[in-house]
Design a binder for this molecule. Structure first.
Ligand SMILES: *Cc1c(COP(=O)(O)O)cnc(C)c1O
Length: 429
């Protein structure tokens, strides 16, 4: 499989090169040259396949020959060693829980897959890389955890000071070893801009192979398509039309869902549910893409003003505004609405949803389900990761799971940086 740059001004590359580089030299995102649908029989028999088999069949074409079958299967069974249950909370609404991994956020799968691929590519110590990543919340923890101790990889994480939850901060600042956290005086977009600038700065890249572990990296982004297949496997017997609502920030997760659709997964419609960062919602209303600086919200992992992956979504719908609108809707909800949804869900079903998942729920409600529809919203983080908001809104207490408590007890270590210059100095130290 070859990948090309969506800016169309860079050479095509293999999977390993796309993973090692992260972003193409022309600043474009890498995109698979073609997507071959899976055979009908795959979807007909999906209930009889285990998750590793599903994953192998779905992801193999994107990896190509560069990782042999046995290694790729090993990587997948390592990465997917936990559950992805669909929990029904209303007659025709289920939540796909993606938080059963080590950092209790859905990004664990992408981060672990990417880490193990890089580990494989560096097995002969030939591809020493520095992973440079900006986080608005959960990426940092998942990446730190996924890459901890991976040979030949140094990880540098930038996060906006004061804008991530206590637990999120601890998850990315307490591991040590090959993981370093830089605390940036700014918002997430500042972090993301600095990362993008560093990738293009030859005075850095001549000395260091930098790569990104944001969902711009194909190895972080693509494995997320598996969630949608795992969900389908669980609800297929209902014989309903499936509508997915995906709490979206950088739009990587929902974009991967659309790749699953391109592979042949029967999905009636995709709903992107956002917080007040509503760039895509406004785009669908006006056909004009006008990003805005990000706004801080209680669903901070989605505080993204200029979602990187939206361009991939447009490509998946053949750059047609009409096709996009026929298959894809987007709705935005503010913090007040988010808290009300958390209460409604809790009152009606006893289920505790985190702020991100609650926005996914709101998206389904706003879209309105038809009589033969089944709505699935993705629950992207465990509510404990947003402890203060959840406890206060629901007037309840949540038991802290042991893997989180362990991290909370550790000491934070970070380096404060003010601007790009200090990042550069740090990288060239
Ligand atoms: C990252 C994240 C999101 C947004 O996912 P994107 O792929 O960036 O759209 C939603 N919820 C949580 C909890 C996250 O960590």
């Amino acid at each position: 499989m070859q990948y090309y740059s969506l800016n169309n001004n860079a050479p095509k590359v293999s999977f390993s090169e796309a993973v090692i580089k992260g972003l193409a030299p022309d600043r474009g995102l890498y995109f698979p040259e073609n997507i071959t649908p899976l055979p009908k029989s795959f979807f007909e028999n999906i209930e009889s396949l285990d998750n590793i088999e599903i994953a192998y069949q779905a992801i193999q074409q994107f990896v190509g020959e560069e990782i042999p079958e046995t290694e790729l299967r090993d990587i997948l069974s390592d990465v997917l060693s936990f559950d992805f249950p669909v929990v029904e909370i209303e007659n025709t609404i289920g939540t796909l829980e993606l938080f059963h991994g080590p950092t209790m956020a859905f990004k664990d799968v992408g981060a672990r897959f990417m880490a193990r691929c890089l580990g494989y590519f560096n097995r002969n110590n030939k591809n020493q890389v520095t992973v440079l990543v900006a986080t608005s919340g959960d990426t940092g923890g998942a990446v730190a955890n996924g890459f901890l101790g991976v040979k030949g990889v140094d990880v540098v994480i930038l996060y906006p000071t004061g804008k991530v939850s206590d637990i999120q901060e601890k998850q990315l600042t307490t591991l040590g070893q090959n993981i370093i956290a830089l605390e940036v005086d700014g918002v997430f977009d500042d972090c993301q801009d600095m990362v993008k600038t560093a990738f293009l700065d030859t005075s850095i890249t001549n000395h260091k192979q930098l790569t990104s572990a944001n969902s711009i990296n194909v190895a972080r982004w693509l494995p997320q398509l598996l969630y949608f297949l795992f969900a389908y496997k669980q609800v297929k017997h209902k014989n309903k039309d499936i509508i997915f609502s995906v709490p979206s920030g950088n739009f990587g997760n929902i974009c991967a869902g659309i790749v699953a659709y391109k592979l042949g997964l029967p999905v009636k419609h995709f709903v992107a549910s956002t917080n007040s960062n509503d760039t895509v919602v406004r785009y669908l209303e006006t056909n004009e893409y006008t990003p805005k600086p990000s706004i801080a919200t209680i669903s901070n992992a989605m505080d993204v003003g200029n979602p990187s992956n939206f361009i991939r979504i447009q490509k998946l719908f053949n750059d047609s505004f009409t096709t996009l609108k026929n298959n894809f809707s987007a709705y935005s909800f503010n913090d007040q609405q988010t808290k009300e949804a958390m209460k409604t869900i809790h009152d009606q079903s006893g289920y505790i949803a985190d702020p991100h998942g609650s926005i996914g729920y709101l998206g389904l409600k706003k879209h309105k389900l038809g009589t033969n529809d089944y709505g699935i919203f993705l629950e992207t983080a465990h509510p404990v990761k947003f402890l203060d908001v959840v406890e206060e809104t629901l007037d309840t207490t949540i038991t802290i799971p042991p893997q989180i408590q362990k991290v909370m007890d550790k000491e934070k270590k970070s380096i404060l940086i003010k601007n790009y210059k200090s990042l550069k100095e740090f990288l060239l130290r």
